[in-house]
Design a binder for this molecule. Structure first.
Ligand SMILES: C[S@@+](CC[C@H](N)C(=O)[O-])C[C@H]1O[C@@H](n2cnc3c(N)ncnc32)[C@H](O)[C@@H]1O
Length: 216
């Protein structure tokens, strides 16, 4: 069964953050299986310029307006009662996500999407970025990896230099750092040094944002 991933774009603008996240998603979801809904004409024009999104379905309609059968759609929602399991891949054809930039504390805008799907599933209680949530969903339903077996990093601190760092208030997939050596923990366990999986260009964007003057 081919699964499709729908992002309902819910931000009023197409922030650089959204562009990096959407482009990242198209590196692990085959672009024709990625549908971004509720885009303005100017946003479609902007996204069409990106080679990374070549083949992605860019739509003006909301997910409701596409006419997709709601019983085939599963909404990924942090407040859902049931956790996503590999077996859900047999029940649903479409997995729906909010194209929402994370906020701290979470404002629960995902709930606005509840009428668009009959079923909801969670990926744990911690808020993930949209690209992380889609990557995790794909691992569970397509690779049949249970949530419990996916390595995560929660609230990573991104250090720019000795004076500047930012804590990201989200859960990310953990990947091994390729340049740093292994770490020895206090109980003598050797652990591979892990870093959060971020979209290409995100570190540079975070650094740029950190250096921008506050708009008071
Ligand atoms: C950054 S989150 C948005 C959370 C946000 N604070 C809100 O207003 O709902 C973007 C999307 O990723 C998905 N998501 C993130 N964390 C999740 C989790 N723990 N369980 C299920 N879905 C999650 C949801 O579809 C959500 O709309």
């Amino acid at each position: 069964m081919t699964h499709k991933y729908i992002i309902e774009h819910m931000e009023t603008d197409l922030h650089e953050w959204c562009i990096l996240e959407y482009s990242h998603i198209a590196t692990f979801v085959f672009p024709p299986n990625l549908i971004i809904t509720r885009l303005k004409d100017a946003e479609i024009t902007e996204l069409k310029k990106l080679q990374a999104l070549d083949g992605t379905q860019l739509r003006r309609e909301t997910v409701d307006e596409t006419g997709i059968d709601k019983s085939k759609i599963c909404l990924l929602h942090p407040n859902a009662e049931q956790q996503l399991e590999p077996e859900d891949g047999q029940t649903f054809d479409y997995f729906l996500f909010g194209g929402i930039l994370g906020d701290d504390p979470p404002r629960d805008r995902t709930s606005e999407l509840c009428p668009s799907a009959h079923a909801t599933r969670h990926l744990g209680q911690l808020q993930m970025t949209t690209d992380t949530a889609i990557n995790v969903t794909k691992k569970v339903i397509e690779d049949k990896v249970r949530l419990f077996d996916i390595p995560f990093i929660d609230f990573p601190e991104i250090v720019f230099d000795k004076n500047e760092s930012v804590v990201m208030p989200f859960r990310y997939i953990a990947i091994p750092h390729t340049t740093k050596s292994t770490l020895q923990t206090t109980n003598n366990e050797i652990k591979q040094n892990m870093v959060p999986l971020l979209p290409t260009g995100m570190l540079e964007l975070l650094k740029k944002d950190a250096n921008e003057p506050l708009d008071l």
